[in-house]
Structures are given as C-alpha cells and as structure tokens.
Design a protein around this ligand. Sequence first.
Ligand SMILES: Nc1ncnc2c1ncn2[C@@H]1O[C@H](COP(=O)(O)OP(=O)(O)OP(=O)(O)O)[C@@H](O)[C@H]1O
Length: 279
Amino acid sequence: MSEENCSHDCASCGESCGAQQLPPKAPLNEKSKVRHVIAVVSGKGGVGKSMVTALMAVKARQAGYQTAILDADITGPSIPKAFGIKGHATGDAEHLYPAISRTGVEVMSMNLLLEKTTDPVVWRGPIISNTVTQFWSTVVWGEVEYMFVDMPPGTGDVPLTVFQSLPIDGIIVVASPQEQVAMIVEKSITMAKLMQVPVLALVENMSYFKCPDCGKVHHIFGKSHAEEIAKKYGIGTYCQLPIDPDLATAVDAGEIEFVMEDGLDPIVEMLKQRTAEEK
Ligand SMILES: Nc1ncnc2c1ncn2[C@@H]1O[C@H](COP(=O)(O)OP(=O)(O)OP(=O)(O)O)[C@@H](O)[C@H]1O
C-alpha cells in the first residue's frame, strides 16, 4: 500500500508492510494453557467448515488430546447443536466456563450465551470481533492441546481479528470441488499467507457420493481438485470427505461425536507427527 493510501490503522489492515505495527496478541487468563490453535476457514458459507471443525476436535480427542472449540462464527454459531449441547455457559465476575461435550471436548459459542438459540446477533463488526477475543481471554479453557477455531466464512473482520489477536499455528481450509474451480478457496489461502500463517491442510468436503446400493462413486459437484490445489500452494496434507447423509443426520441430532468417518485421519496423523516432533 502506498504511503498516501495508508490509514495508519494496522489493526484493521491486512497488508503486511515494513511499517506494520500489529497489536500484541490477546492474553489468555492465568487458568488456561492452550498449546496449539488451528483455525478452520472457508471461502464461503455452507461448505462444511463447522462440520470439519467439530469432527477435527472429536477425532483429535479420540487420538488422546485434550481439545476445545472456539466458535468464532458469532452470527451463525452451529457448534453446540452438532454436539447436542443445550443450556447456557456459566461464569463468574471475571471468567466464563466452556461447555463440555459428552466425550470431553470443550466448547464456547455465542449460542451458549443467548437467551434463546433462535435470537439473532445484530451487532456491528468491531463488537463481534471483540467477542471473539473475549472468548479467547476470559474463558477458562484449562489445559488444551489443540483448540480449533470455527471461523465465519470469507476474509472479513473476524478472520482478520483472529489472525492478528490469537496465536494461530496454522489453518485448515475447507472447500467443495466447486469452490476450488471458482478459485474462492485461493482467497482464504492468500489471506493466510498475507498474515504469515501456514496452511496446514486442505479438506475437500462433499467430494463425492458413494451409492449405498451399488457402491458406484458419483462426483456430484465435479471432479476432485484437492491434489492439484494442494500441490499449487505447497499444502502438505489434503483429504476428502464424501457427501454422507449420515453425517448431516448426526449433526442435526447432536451426535457428531459418535459418527464413523475416517476421512480426516490424514490431518490427525499430521497433528500426531507435529506433537511427536515437539517432544
Ligand atoms: N460431507 C457432508 N455430507 C453431508 N452433509 C454435510 C457434509 N458436510 C456438511 N454437511 C451439511 O451441510 C450443512 C452446512 O454445513 P456446515 O454448517 O458445516 O457449513 P459451514 O461451512 O460451517 O457453513 P456456515 O459458514 O454458513 O456456518 C450442514 O447441514 C451440514 O450437516
């Protein structure tokens, strides 16, 4: 950005220039230790980002890690429903406490703070972004190995705040075959690169449908581009999830912790390897 176009408001600018003065990362409270934070992003809504966030937390938990989900999708939170978590989060004068799922995944979401889950959150961008930072700072997360942040879709205010305020280890990009063709996915990848956050994995969701009767595989949204996109952007891990009506039913019934789906295993393996290398 040229000098005369610079607003000098680095907190709301995604450019990385020599004069950049980013705000310090938001602090965690003294009762929490979160070792790794992974943001789950998508170029547009409805591609299964929340589904992948929930499944990643479940699968990493099954692999033996303490996991948590920070639902940064403030205006469209869907994480508590996938886990069948009802009721409200609790808190005291200084802290909020996360809900704990049946298998031990910690969850904080705007839906746990609303009087009715159908109430809309009609807030302006800066207040929404501030809420996300508060979830990070005021929630008593305890000891967490992997926190997954369910981002709102796109590259707006909240993703910018999350990248700037939270110590993000990397992102998982979720896209359907269609977004990959339309290059929507590349916007998220380019944003992460601008913010100097590594892209850890690409999930091609709704990649294919396998007929339960004859076993034939149909590419409903076009052929796969996961390998091609992963190669182009140097993304080390990629995987595919099928269109699976059982997955959608499990989310609707709050049973995401109990589905049989191994499509995300390559990412869990990658996380295990990273953890082993740290030791
Ligand atoms: N692989 C899949 N098979 C079947 N249904 C799926 C699959 N992935 C996601 N869905 C369903 O598609 C719908 C949208 O998924 P989800 O809410 O995870 O998308 P999203 O990208 O988080 O959307 P938004 O950003 O708008 O919140 C949900 O009803 C979900 O259950």
